[in-house]
Write a protein that binds this ligand. Structure first.
Ligand code: PHE
Length: 470
């Protein structure tokens, strides 16, 4: 640029530009343009620049009009003739407002006095800065500029070099003589337009890593549509259970039923519901196949676990650790903490002789990896686990215990009809993905995180990773 070249030329002839303000006015260039050029040169070490800050008084708008027309007191002074004048006579000659302000100020300054009832001029003095400030005719302004010397990269005819080396530079050998532009590592990064991960995906990845580190295998979860059989019956959830009502569960219209169920296993499930077995009395009701065949949107990922445990029983091998993280659906009234569609995280371990102590130990390990090391357990009820425990974690930020999950040991009424050996016990737990994500990313309304009201800008602008926080 012309300003840039002017700066370089000046520094070629002179040791320094002592003040960019003076330089700009002497060269007839806008100071702002000189400042921009110096900032860019200085980042590339073409010049060394020192800040200069000076404070000076500048006229306010009112001050400017006085500077052009004269102040009221000055105009009053000049209106008084050297031989004096009566106040009445002067008042007739002057604008009333100007007369009033001018007289007050001129008297205060002792520029004009009264002698023998006539207004008479006295000596005119200098304006007092404090007085002008008080009257808001001037204000103090900071002025910023630089003093500038040559920097280590100075050359008189400075051309911006290329920033990146290209294939052509290498092929032609030109790269040997090129002066590459330095990267400015302090510049703000360019805004990335695509490929933003949703916070739920990031937290899901964190959970997935924890499970993998703990030796768990991921279960296939790609079936949102499930039969009531795998979602409820296989889990020893009786057919009259309120969760199986259409007020709680979304049932499918088309196809409304499933035809594929493992017949001998269905028979054992029917028996355990109706009359028990394996040390259980069962529920003593008439189990209906129609009810089990109804298709639904799975209400929990335990439907995935029941399928997997059934498969495992067909090819037993222990220990086995499984996990899943995927979407589930419940016919629920939506509010700031509930959605009809959310994600569940589930962990399952099958081995010989596992006990509640093992479950507690695994839960402590698992949650500690998320930074939740204070856990408490509360007895709970699930149709498919016994004993069952709700999991609470002490939230350091909220200073209270918050529920983070549900857990238990799967009942023999669930495991034995599948064909799992008698000494095999299965411990399991489940939690939502949304709750920890809301805590970690500071959301207090689930609808800001997931669903049709999500603001895409929030997704684009959330942190790539959370540093220093577990
Ligand atoms: N399925 C339970 C729920 O939806 C969670 C759970 C999983 C409980 C495994 C115990 C064992 O809340």
């Amino acid at each position: 640029s012309a300003e840039g070249q002017a700066v370089l030329d000046f520094l070629y002839e002179n040791d320094e530009i002592s003040n960019t303000g003076d330089f700009a006015s002497a060269a007839g260039i806008d100071h702002e343009l000189v400042v921009n050029v110096i900032k860019s040169f200085s980042a590339r070490r073409i010049v060394d620049a020192q800040d200069i800050k000076t404070e000076k008084y500048v006229l306010t708008d009112e001050g400017k009009s006085y500077a052009a027309d004269g102040s009221p007191e000055c105009r009053f002074f000049l209106a008084v003739p050297p031989e004096g004048i009566s106040p009445d006579a002067l008042q007739k000659k002057m604008d009333p407002a100007l007369y009033k302000i001018g007289r007050t100020q001129a008297f205060r300054n002792k520029w004009v006095g009264v002698e023998n009832s006539l207004l008479r001029r006295k000596a005119i003095g200098k304006d007092d800065i404090e007085d002008l400030k008080r009257r808001k005719l001037i204000i103090l302004k900071t002025w910023k500029g630089f003093s500038v010397r040559k920097g280590p990269e100075y050359t008189r005819d400075h051309k911006k070099g290329p920033t990146d080396i290209t294939r052509d530079h290498i092929l032609s050998g030109e790269w040997k003589n090129l002066k590459f532009n330095q990267f400015n590592c302090n510049a703000q990064g360019k805004y990335v337009e695509g490929g933003h991960l949703h916070p739920l995906l990031k937290v899901r990845e964190q959970f997935r890593k924890i499970f993998l580190e703990m030796g768990f295998e991921e279960m296939p979860t790609n079936n949102y549509v499930e039969s009531s059989f795998w979602n409820f019956d296989a889990l020893f959830q009786p057919q009259q259970h309120p969760a199986r009502d259409s007020h709680d569960t979304f049932f499918l219209k088309v196809p409304s039923t499933t035809k594929q169920l493992p017949e001998d296993y269905v028979e054992r499930v029917k028996n355990v519901h109706e009359s028990g077995g394996y040390g259980s009395k069962g529920y003593n009701y008439e189990w209906k196949r129609d009810e089990a065949e109804k298709n639904l949107l799975r209400t929990h990922t335990t439907a995935v676990s029941s399928r997997m445990l059934y498969l495992l029983a067909q090819k037993p091998s222990f220990p086995k650790r499984y996990f899943s993280i995927d979407r589930v659906f419940r016919n629920e009234a939506v509010d700031r903490t509930h959605l009809a569609e959310f994600h569940q995280i589930e962990g399952v371990i099958c081995d010989h002789g596992l006990s509640l102590a093992d479950l507690i130990k695994v839960l402590k390990d698992f949650f500690a990896r998320l930074g939740m090391s204070k856990l408490r357990f509360k007895p709970a009820y699930n149709p498919y686990t016994s004993p069952s425990m709700e999991i609470f974690s002490y939230h350091e930020g909220f200073k209270k215990w918050v529920e983070v999950g549900n857990s238990g040991m799967f009942r023999p009424e669930m495991l034995r009809p599948m064909g799992l050996p008698e000494d095999i016990t299965v411990i399991a737990w489940g939690l939502s993905l949304e709750r920890p994500t809301m805590i970690l990313y500071g959301y207090d309304n689930i609808r800001d995180l997931f669903g049709h009201k999500v603001n895409l800008k929030l997704i684009k602008e959330n942190q790539i990773c959370r540093l220093g926080i577990k």
